[in-house]
Design a protein around this ligand. Sequence first.
Ligand code: FES
Length: 350
Amino acid sequence: MITANPWAPQRKRTWLSDRWGSLACKAVWDETSDVRTFLLAPVDGARIAHTPGQYMTFRIEDGDALAFERCYTIASSAARDGAIEVTIKRQQDGLGSSLMHDQLTVGKTIEAFGPSGQFCPVDDVEARYALIAAGSGVTPMLSILRTAADRGIELDAIFIHVARTVEDAIAVDELPILQRRIPKLVYSVLPSQGADKFRLTGDVLLRMVPDLADRTVLCCGPTSFMDMVWETSQSAGVALENYFQESFDFASGLEAEEVSEDAPLRRITFVKSGVSFDCPEGVNILRAAKDAGVAMPSSCSKGECGTCKTFKHSGEVNMQNEGGIRQREIDRGFILPCVSRPLTDIALDR
Ligand code: FES
């Protein structure tokens, strides 16, 4: 029997980022005591084209309960597209991360959507960067650094990672190797606890990055941390267009919406499945779909992640998005139902 040579170069089709597909878990390893990396590859052998800083949305099965969705950043290099790595910290009281840690073992599959997001260095090769992360907010930074190393990009970057302890710092052993491959990379790992603890304040940040105003800042971490970096960047004079931050605090889910009883009802129709339901004007389409028991992919419910992106065949919506959709996609007729309130009857491509 002749079997395919796994070492041979393969021509692969591209994974489709606008629909759900299956990823197989190929390997799992521990990064720290509570952080684990999963190597995931499309079951059909497709290649996953992505840019550093993007994330995937995963559908997590919870026994007999309904599946739910969570976003995790791709931590691996965008230059390696046969599989992705996601690095997940087990959160206390975090159902999604606990189920990923406990159930996603080698050989299992998981449904995934994306890659999504635009948290990425700009195309300007002359740009200098400050990559500032706390905790597992380091994962998009790792993808940026690993991609730069794999592609031979001379990235001029100061990378600061705040972790609980040095032992809790993800990929701390890899940084000297990345620095050898990216000569202009300067990095610091700052423990926030223990005997050597070091508090990153705005003043300290400015001492560590004296030319912050001239750099493009990418920041990822808890909200209070990002607030500090944002305020420091603003006071230092970082241009608005040179400041980017990323948050995956999507746990709050879909809020109930107040709506007046006499709000006009708009009919939402899914063209492909033939499903339709009413949505009061003033309520977003995702909320109305969930209220009607109609399944729609979603994750952040805030217009940030792009998971719910859908083509609109007809009708008008009021859409207040938070970066989860590009202008050119809006121009082509796509909307984010989680932040779109109907002004007329609507037909969607579902
Ligand atoms: S669910 Fe994230 S943009 Fe709609």
